[in-house]
Design a protein around this ligand. Structure first.
Ligand SMILES: [Zn+2]
Ligand SMILES: [Zn+2]
Length: 339
């Protein structure tokens, strides 16, 4: 079988490996769709603190259970169509003891700390498998994980339908955040980016998409909100420009949700946080509840539209190069079979 194997900084290849066999409490999943995530870029560029080569990456995938190991394998059977909840938690730290294990002090993930699903087959603990609805394609199944990120982010604050909401960044997570906001009835929704390709996708989804390299985004939001500025803002770009803009774009007592992982510590205008009594909220991954909501609402959302590339796994090296070069790319899915 082929496995997208991280072998060192900027070195990723589809290598021929043996099909793993499931251990106790594990299932073997034949993967049909597997996505590249922003955090995979951190791994492949050698910047992820825990991911060590050789490692099969991939934590956003869907497929079919083809065999089960020994021990307790719960409710799953071969033939089940599944995606994965990839979090491995310690069970004993403060967060785990208090019902928010997704921010476990020693959180580990499949595809970072053990081999993941950007491969023909992967073994995973069965208690992390999540059954797909019968009518959901594997491609959409592979997008449940990033959608859950956005559902969790939106759930970190109380968004009202009448709110003016800015999403900074029109990559896969920015676009899915905007779709999630629209799904709860938000109409005054503005999404920004500097990448014309991603802005075009946002426009094709009928979002009010602003090119912040061409347009003064502060003036734009001021005009759009009669001078009031945004009620809520989701920061999904992870660059200094977005960290600078986020405090300018929200109204007094507005809320900022930081979704992106900043590669470099940004400078944030804490004086604005102070003077405008802003609320600054962090968000990280998702809970099982977010997955349930994602499975519920995915069918009514045009998730496919964020997918710019569907490729065979043999093209993994080129796919990462395309993303690092920022060359007309949004979500990349590797697809493995007829479905
Ligand atoms: Zn991800
Ligand atoms: Zn823990």
């Amino acid at each position: 079988m082929l496995s997208a194997t991280f072998q060192g900084p900027y070195k990723i290849e589809a290598l021929e490996t043996d099909i793993p066999s499931p251990g106790d409490g594990e299932g073997l999943v034949k993967v049909y769709a597997s996505g590249i995530c922003g955090s995979d870029l951190a791994i492949v560029s050698g910047q992820h603190p825990r991911a060590k080569p050789p490692l099969v990456i991939g934590h956003e995938f869907a497929g079919e259970v083809v065999s089960l190991g020994g021990g307790d394998t719960g409710e799953f059977q071969t033939g089940d169509r599944v995606t994965l909840f990839p979090l491995l938690t310690c069970g004993t730290c403060y967060a785990c003891r208090n019902g928010f294990s997704h921010v476990c002090a020693s959180l580990r993930l499949i595809g970072f700390d053990r081999n993941g699903g950007m491969a023909d087959y992967v073994t995973v603990p069965v208690d992390l498998l999540v059954r797909l609805p019968n009518d959901m394609t594997y491609d959409v199944g592979a997008l449940i994980e990033p959608l859950a990120v956005c559902i969790h982010a939106v759930g970190r604050t109380t968004v009202r339908k009448e709110d003016a909401v800015v999403v900074l960044g029109a990559g896969p997570i920015g676009l899915l955040t905007a779709m999630t906001l629209r799904s709860i009835g938000v109409e005054k929704l503005y999404i920004t980016d500097i990448d014309p390709f991603r802005l075009d996708i946002a426009r094709s989804l009928k979002f009010d998409a602003v090119d912040s390299s061409q347009t003064d985004i502060v003036e734009y939001i001021k005009a759009a909100t009669n001078g009031d500025m945004a009620d809520r803002l989701f920061e999904v770009a992870g660059v200094q420009a977005s960290a600078t803009q986020m405090t300018e774009l929200v109204r007094p007592r507005g809320t900022i949700v930081n979704v992106s992982v900043f590669k470099k510590q940004p400078v944030v205008d804490m004086r604005s946080v102070n003077f405008k009594e802003l609320t600054l909220i962090g968000t990280r991954v998702y809970t099982q509840d977010d997955y349930r909501i994602a499975l519920d609402i995915a069918g009514a959302m045009p998730l496919d539209q964020i997918v710019s590339h569907r490729l065979p796994l043999t093209e993994v090296a080129g796919a990462f190069k395309t993303i690092f070069d920022g060359n007309q790319v949004c979500k990349v899915l590797f697809t493995f079979g007829p479905e």
